[in-house]
Design a protein around this ligand. Sequence first.
Ligand code: NAG
Ligand code: NAG
Length: 363
Amino acid sequence: MRASCAPRKAPPRRSERLVFSGRFVGVLLLAPLLLLPTSSDACDDPPVFVTMKPQGALAPSYGPGDRILYECRLGFQPVTPGQVLPLVCQDDNTWSSLQEACKRKLCSNLADPINGQVIFVNGSAEFGSQAHYVCNKGYYLIGASISHCDISGSGVDWSDSPPTCEKILCKPPEEIPNGKYTNSHKDVFEYNEVVTYSCDPSNGPDEYSLIGESKLICVGNDEWSSQPPQCKVVRCEYPVVENGMILSGFGQKYYYKATVVFKCKDGFNLHGDNTVVCGENSSWEPELPKCIKGHPSPTDATPPNDAEGLGAGFIVLIIAALLALDYCFACTAVFADERRKGKQNVALRTALIRIKQPLQQNR
Ligand SMILES: *[C@@H]1O[C@H](CO)[C@@H](O)[C@H](O)[C@H]1NC(C)=O
Ligand SMILES: *[C@@H]1O[C@H](CO)[C@@H](O)[C@H](O)[C@H]1NC(C)=O
């Protein structure tokens, strides 16, 4: 008590420094002496063993002729039963040699559970090792999946009692409004069994859309692979993009997942995504793009893009025309020279515009 309180009193600094320097000098003077071989009559501290410990408490020191008896630590047993394990302080103040002489005790053998297996992950059932339990496919484990071979009383034993493996079963999945699932008459579903949801026919003008996963699988005990889907009317408004037009996805009604692709009129640039999808909340995702006046960038006005809007029949026509033009260039020396100079694109584009103009007037 007194020792621990003393530093808090904070004695005068000057005297503290004096005491300190005094001691320091003392240590310096003693140092050479400490390095000299000592002739004290004692063995060093006894060695520490992994599997053994001294019987009882250690003495403050051991001189020649003194001995320590060792016994196995808890969880260990003598390799040779009944063997005495003495360590002797010899005349030259060294300890006699003593080898580790105890081995790990073994826990009882464990049987595989019904419909499962026990795995000795450390390769044995000795003290300190673990037993892991797993159940066969279609079964789940009740109890502790890992047991430790631990000290128990004076011996060793498994820390937990063996688990059991039970058959995986699922309760019927949730009912949903405006829809049903297959086999709904059953009370219980097996592992890996699948139910398929579908939406009822609607009484109103719009059909129900199924949102989410239509198939649910029993993947664990009372565990389905996902939430049941929803059946509801999803209908997006007719998508209007000012100064733009629909390239594909014409229709009267746009239900769930309906996809529309837009293009801007000549002289307008598309800002946003050119493709939108009717989302589960009856809104277009992402939001509708905008067509903003400006000079078309080169990538916006490439002929293939223009061709998309003309319908499959016209595309075939244009390709045929391009092929014909190409053939024409190929067999004409003058044009071949021009092609080398990279003027072919200009020529092709001019030709294309010539093909397109009558088509656009027809629309
Ligand atoms: C036994 O194996 C487990 C898992 O691999 C490991 O964590 C543990 O340290 C091992 N125990 C011994 C005593 O080797
Ligand atoms: C649709 O609405 C629900 C409820 O308001 C919301 O939780 C969900 O995130 C929305 N879905 C989308 C794709 O915006």
